[in-house]
Design a binder for this molecule. Structure first.
Ligand SMILES: *Cc1c(COP(=O)(O)O)cnc(C)c1O
Length: 373
C-alpha cells in the first residue's frame, strides 16, 4: 500500500527530539501560549522573512483575525477564488462580509489576476489569494491592482509554507499571511494550529489581543476578542519540526520532479510550476476526465489518492446563498471535476513514485485504446 500521506514516517524521524520538548511543556505547565509558542513565533517570523508572527489555534482563526484587522466587516466584500478549501470563504463569512469569487488560471490553479479588476466594487476591502497546492498565486499583478484600488492583500498560505514568489517567501508578500499547521499540512502540528505573519507592528499588536480575548493586560478587555490561543504542546512540536522543514520541502520537490519525469510523454497533465514560483508541493494533482474510475483502479492497486477539491465553493450547498450558478467559473468547475492528488509526502521513496507513475501511465494508455483521440 502506498499511502496518500504518511505522518508516521515523519514522527519516527523526529520522535527523539519531540518527546523531551513535550515533557518540558508538561513540567513547566505552560499549556497555552508560553515560552515554547513564543520561541516558535520568533523562528517562524524569521523563516518567512517578516517582523511579526502571531500563533493561533488554526489556519481558519488566522484568516479570521487577519481579515478583521484588515477592517473587513458587515457590508464589505473580499475577493478570492472558489477553487480552495472551504475555510477561505468561511473566514470571510465570520467577519460578516460577502465572498466575491474570481475564477482560477487553469495552469496554476490560483486566482487569475486578469479577472480581478472586473470584480472590484466600492465595497471591496481586500483580496485573499490562495497559494493552492503549495504554489504562490501570481502576486505581482495582484499587489499592483490592490495598490491601485487601495485594497489590502491577505495571503492564504495554509498550503504553502516556504513557497517563494520571485525568490520572496509567501507570508511576506501581502499585508498579512495566514498559515495552517493542521497535521497534514507541509508543517503540521500534533493537533491544530495556525499563524498570522505581517511586517505591520500595529496589526500584530491587535491580532495578539484578539487571539486572547481582546485583553491589553489580563482582564483589561479593550476589544471583543476570541479564544484563539495556540497550545504550548503545539508550539513545542512545531518549533522542532520547523528546523526540518527545508529538508522536507526538498523531499517533496524531489518526489514531484520524479513524477514529472516519469509521467512526461504519458499524455497525463501534470502540475505546472510557474516561472515565478518555488512550488512546495503540498499537493501533486494530475488531471483526468475519468477521475473516479482512475481513483478506484489505483486504489485497487494499492495506491491511495485524494481529491482537492471535488466541489468549487460556489457549488456547495452551504454557500448557495452567494447566488453563483453552475457555469459561472468554468476553470474552477473543470478543475474540481478532473484533479486527482497522487501520494505526496517528504519521505516518499523513488520506488514508490515509480509504482504510482507506472499505474497512472497504464490507465492513460488503456483510456486511449478505448477512446483514441
Ligand atoms: C487547511 C486550510 C485552511 C484552514 O486551516 P485549518 O488549520 O484547518 O483551520 C485554510 N485555507 C486553506 C487553503 C487550507 O488548505
Amino acid at each position: 500500500m502506498i499511502p496518500f500521506v504518511d505522518l508516521k514516517a515523519q514522527y519516527a524521524s523526529v520522535k527523539d527530539e519531540v518527546l523531551p520538548a513535550i515533557e518540558e511543556v508538561l513540567s513547566s505547565c505552560q499549556f497555552t501560549l508560553g515560552s515554547a509558542v513564543a520561541a516558535f513565533e520568533k523562528a517562524f517570523a524569521a523563516y518567512c522573512g517578516v517582523e511579526h508572527a502571531i500563533a493561533v489555534n488554526s489556519g481558519t482563526s488566522a484568516l479570521h483575525l487577519a481579515l478583521l484587522v484588515a477592517g473587513v466587516g458587515p457590508g464589505d466584500e473580499v475577493i478570492t477564488t472558489p477553487f480552495t478549501f472551504v475555510a477561505t470563504a468561511a473566514a470571510i463569512h465570520y467577519c460578516g462580509a460577502r465572498t466575491v469569487f474570481v475564477d482560477i488560471d487553469p495552469r496554476s490553479f490560483t486566482i487569475d489576476p486578469s479577472q480581478i479588476e472586473a470584480a472590484i466594487t466600492p465595497r471591496t476591502k481586500a483580496i485573499l489569494p490562495v497559494h493552492l497546492y503549495g504554489q504562490p498565486a501570481d502576486m505581482k499583478p495582484i499587489l499592483e491592482i490592490a495598490r491601485r484600488h487601495d485594497l489590502l492583500v491577505v495571503e492564504d498560505a495554509a498550503q504553502a509554507h516556504g513557497a517563494e514568489y520571485d525568490g520572496v517567501r509567501v507570508g511576506s508578500l501581502g499585508d498579512m499571511g495566514c498559515f495552517s499547521f493542521y497535521p497534514g499540512k507541509n508543517l503540521g502540528a500534533y493537533g491544530e494550529g495556525g499563524m498570522v505573519t505581517t511586517n505591520d507592528a500595529e496589526r500584530a499588536r491587535v491580532i495578539c489581543m484578539l487571539r486572547d480575548w481582546g485583553a491589553e493586560r489580563k482582564y483589561e478587555h479593550v476589544l471583543k476578542g476570541y479564544n484563539y490561543r495556540m497550545e504550548g504542546f503545539q508550539g513545542a512540536v512545531l518549533g522542532i519540526k520547523l528546523r526540518h522543514l527545508e529538508a522536507w520541502t526538498e523531499g517533496r520537490r524531489a518526489a514531484a520532479a520524479r513524477y514529472d519525469r516519469l509521467l512526461a510523454g504519458s499524455g497525463v497533465p501534470t502540475p505546472e510550476a510557474m516561472p515565478y514560483s518555488r512550488h512546495v508541493y503540498h499537493i501533486y494533482a494530475i488531471r483526468t476526465a475519468r477521475r473516479e474510475a482512475w481513483q478506484a483502479a489505483l486504489n485497487a492497486q494499492g495506491v491511495q489518492t485524494g481529491i482537492h477539491y471535488p466541489y468549487p465553493i460556489h457549488l456547495l450547498p452551504a454557500y448557495a446563498d452567494l447566488g453563483y450558478k453552475r457555469g459561472r467559473f468554468p476553470h474552477s468547475e473543470k478543475a474540481a471535476a478532473e484533479v486527482l492528488s497522487l501520494p505526496m509526502f517528504p519521505e516518499l521513496m523513488a520506488a514508490q513514485c515509480e509504482t504510482v507513475a507506472e499505474a497512472v501511465t497504464r490507465l492513460a494508455r488503456a483510456d486511449r485504446l478505448v477512446d483514441p483521440l
